[in-house]
Design a protein around this ligand. Sequence first.
Ligand code: HEC
Length: 173
Amino acid sequence: MNTATRTLVRSALIIFAAALGIACSEPSAPTANSNASVSAAPTYDLRLDMQDFMNSVLEPVSDVLWDYAGWVDDINTGYEDLYPKNDEEWLLVKQKAAQLIEAGNALALPGRAVDNDAWITYSNALSTAAAFAYDSAQTQNREDFFQAGAQIYSVCTACHQGYNPEISRFASN
Ligand code: HEC
């Protein structure tokens, strides 16, 4: 991030924090004619359908992880090590792993989860595999990072086989 963007992000955060402060300082007991809902039941913005969730959330995040997880042995270019090469790249993959942990949570949200059974197991497994990637990025452990990438891939594949064996675009990745 350049300095200008960083400043922007920081101001946005301050505004956000201020908004939270206002929200928190509102009286907690609703007045008689208040429309504020009494219960704090969470609501979720589920506008992304499953296809969009896959294409716009899961795939771009996991693609970055896979891009860094391993090596290629190309007949033309020879052996190429793909692992993160410096602290900045390890930080990038750690952030992607963090996003994938949370994406696993988002996959399991009430209203998005297709059922309360295997779907939740796969979603949780995605977060667990992503947490492995997160930890190995933290310690910059290549071997573990590679294993984590493979685990993530097998969770994606297992859920697809269970819920939509037709998925072909993913298989070609
Ligand atoms: C909990 C189950 C589940 C998990 C885990 C899962 N997917 Fe999916 N995925 C689906 C379902 C269901 C569809 C079919 C969506 C549809 O077409 O309505 C799908 C479809 C897709 C598609 C095709 C979308 C299209 O345009 O047709 C891609 C790409 C994809 N998933 C990527 C991934 C990746 C990458 C991962 C792992 C990081 C992953 N998925 C993990 C359930 C899952």
